[in-house]
Design a binder for this molecule. Structure first.
Ligand SMILES: [Zn+2]
Length: 415
């Protein structure tokens, strides 16, 4: 780890067991942790304006080097003020390296397999992986492209993100131990190349996070944690497959977390379901990005305090057609304050843009409140009670946050 306040500072302000709350300070402001990071993969949080995302309380979004390289291209974005200026977002931005996406082209369906579901092998484009990087054909226009460690860092430098992620290979669940080990070793060589390039040519204020791979194998995760922890990175991301199902993911995270430097900000890549977050925060994870809340919204699904329904309700279901209640009782979002489930059911069924927008506002409000509650609970020494209440079906804004048992709002049903 390096300590360079000109790039990034991480201050842990309170601990509750291994859970911690603090502040990440970077080029475009402060991020209170633990935090959820909405995806702005292609320079927009889908269906919302940058101003609306800020109004929801978010201070950090995640853009993607692979997608932005293909369109509109990092040079065009750089010519229009970098990603901040281009998308009209003056708060912090982290960019993903594109490693995940180029290897998805090769492995097929990595996105599904990362969460344990074997992909259908869709989108197998022409891809050549070598020590230098990955050559592939753009799915947009068929043009030949190449992204390696240096190219990825150069794209992210032009995008001007506050935090860049190193270029890595994200190995799928079906990869065997041998392949996972070889991929991890190459990822470590790429880490060194990313850092060398960045040292020479990267923006002086940009922070770089290394990525711990190693699949589900304890000794590989151990080796990766040590290698990345010793490198001159400003923070650490945990990537790669975490297992076949949630219990295995919990196991892999529990063995990986203690191996990381205690003072590193930790980003758990691509994980953001309500129960996953509640179980990862007490392991000392600080930031999380995930497509789920915004993608669900576009499919008519709202996050809700319903553990038996994976914390989601499908508004397209007929049973909501005459339901006058809000998406989630007590939710402060515009969709819940002004509209009924019946109306949003109708919009979702009719595929009206307004439906996707209202659900996105709701789902991102839900995630923001969930993390604000976690921060408050950690500060008050009551994280365990908060997480148990949320997992048992309390809304984030109604779950207790203090250790004394004094509830911030109505208590959840007990037993
Ligand atoms: Zn709401």
């Amino acid at each position: 780890m390096r300590k360079d306040p000109a790039r990034l500072e991480f201050e842990i302000q309170a601990r509750d067991g291994s859970a911690r709350t603090g502040l990440i300070r970077c080029g475009h402001g402060e991020i209170a942790t633990p935090a959820f990071i909405p995806l702005a993969t292609k320079a927009s949080v889908r269906s919302l304006s940058a101003g609306e995302v800020a109004e929801l309380g978010y201070v950090l979004v995640l853009g993607n080097a692979f997608h932005l390289h293909l369109s509109p291209g990092e040079d065009r974005i750089a010519a229009h003020g970098g990603l901040h200026g281009f998308m009209g977002w003056d708060r912090a931005i982290i960019t993903d390296s594109g490693g995940f996406q180029v290897f998805s082209l090769a492995h097929g369906g990595v996105a599904d397999e990362i969460k344990g579901r074997r992909g259908e092998g869709e989108g197998r484009a022409k891809v050549e992986i070598s020590e230098r990087g990955v050559a592939f054909q753009s799915l947009l226009d068929g043009s030949d492209r190449f992204i390696g460690p240096e190219e990825s860092m150069a794209i992210q430098a032009k995008l001007g993100s506050d935090i860049a992620l190193v270029f890595d290979e994200c190995t799928p669940y079906h990869a065997d131990r041998d392949y996972t080990a070889r991929a991890m070793e190459r990822t470590h060589r790429w880490l060194a190349r990313c850092l060398q390039w960045h040292e020479r040519e990267g923006p002086p204020g940009q922070a770089v996070f290394g990525i711990v791979q190693g699949g589900v194998h304890e000794e590989l995760r151990r080796e990766a944690a040590q290698k990345v922890g010793e490198a001159a990175v400003d923070g650490i991301a945990i990537g790669g497959t975490l297992g076949r199902d949630k219990p295995e993911m919990a196991e892999v995270l529990a063995l990986t977390a203690p191996l990381l430097p205690a003072d590193a900000p930790v980003h758990l890549l691509g994980i953001g379901e309500v129960d996953d977050l509640m179980r990862a925060i007490p392991l000392g994870m600080d930031v999380f990005d995930c497509a789920v809340p915004t993608r669900l919204a576009r499919h008519g699904v709202a996050l809700a305090p319903e553990p038996e329904g994976r914390f989601r309700i499908d508004l397209a279901k007929q049973r909501f057609a005459d339901d006058d209640g809000p998406l989630a009782e007590g939710c402060p979002c515009e969709a819940c304050r002004r509209h009924s489930r019946a109306y949003i059911h109708y919009l979702a069924r009719a595929r009206e843009l307004t439906g996707a927008r209202l659900l996105t506002l709701h789902n991102l409000t839900y995630m923001e409140r969930l993390m604000a509650g976690a921060r408050e609970a950690i500060s008050a020494g009551g994280y365990g009670a908060y997480a148990s209440a949320v997992l048992a079906g309390a809304a984030p804004w109604a779950a207790p946050v203090a250790a004394t048992g004094a509830a911030a709002g109505p208590r959840p049903n007990e037993g």
